[in-house]
Design a protein around this ligand. Structure first.
Ligand code: NAP
Length: 243
């Protein structure tokens, strides 16, 4: 039977690349999007045109009822859920913590940490033996991102801790929980924090001397979800070009 995987933030960036990578490996995929209906629908159509199965579902991952609806719709269209990629995430305008606004702190914590917890909680209820979760944190969780977004780094450190704890909770049920911690990857997320050129700027301090591409992360996520990672759980896999 084909794996059935929910990907949050699947409409764009790393999430969309992950949806494509999983569909190519035979997963049936539920594409969670918040605003990018057009992109999510087009991606689902492309996958179906290639003979795969995909459905696009609107979800704000900070809303427990939206998260339930995402999983309910995915299961009713695609069959019992076997995997979750907990990828939806945001940054805010960058700057030293002293200058950041409360609403930005709250939003970044809500989406990156509470949203990930709500999706993981629902997956913990639904998944059965052989199921797997891959969270997406950030190299920022250990670098701390001083002067830019320590609030985001703190939220992503929470995602790393969620990975370790939930892996231990769910291991005895045969369910694996892992995490990918990307470095700087070329997506639209940097424009939101006011740094559209960040990937080019960072390239000179990244040991591999380039920013990452979305497929660098998608392939790591797909590996962690798949059977070759059958004995891997509680791992935080850094994919950051050496930084
Ligand atoms: P992106 O291109 O900005 O895409 C973000 C995705 O998250 C979009 O699909 C967006 O949906 C979705 N999203 C945002 N808020 C949401 C909410 N409240 N509910 C549901 N979905 C929501 O970002 P990306 O760079 O691909 O980032 C993907 C993940 O990788 C994030 O967790 C990010 O923190 C992490 N990451 C990225 C980098 C990097 O350098 N790019 C580095 C480290 C970690 P809509 O399109 O519908 O708005």
């Amino acid at each position: 039977m084909s794996p059935v995987t929910v990907v949050t933030g699947g409409s764009r960036g790393i999430g969309a690349a992950t949806v494509r990578a999983l569909a190519a490996r035979g997963h049936h995929v539920a594409i969670g999007y918040r605003r990018a209906l057009h992109e999510a629908d087009a991606l689902a159509r492309d996958i179906r045109a290639d003979g795969g199965q995909a459905v696009a579902v609107r979800v704000d991952t900070t809303s427990p009822s939206d998260v339930d609806e995402l999983f309910d719709t995915a299961a009713s269209v695609l069959g019992p859920i076997t995997g979750l990629v907990n990828n939806a995430g945001v940054t805010s305008p960058a700057g030293p913590l002293a200058d950041l606004r409360v609403e930005d702190l709250r939003h970044v914590l809500d989406v990156n940490l509470l949203g990930a917890l709500l999706c993981a909680r629902r997956a913990a209820r639904d998944l059965t033996e052989g199921g797997a979760i891959v969270n997406v944190s950030s190299a920022a969780a250990t670098l701390g991102s001083p002067g830019e977004y320590v609030h985001y780094a703190a939220a992503k450190a929470g995602v790393d801790a969620l990975t370790v704890g939930l892996a231990k909770e769910l291991g005895p049920r045969g369910i694996r929980v892992n995490c990918v911690a990307p470095g700087t990857i070329r997506t639209d997320i940097h424009a939101v924090s006011g740094n559209p050129d960040r990937p080019d700027r960072m390239a000179e301090i990244i040991p591999l001397r380039r920013a990452g591409e979305v497929d660098d992360i998608a392939s790591a996520i797909a590996w962690l979800l798949g059977p070759e990672a059958a004995f891997t759980t509680g791992a935080v896999l850094r994919v950051a070009g050496g930084l």
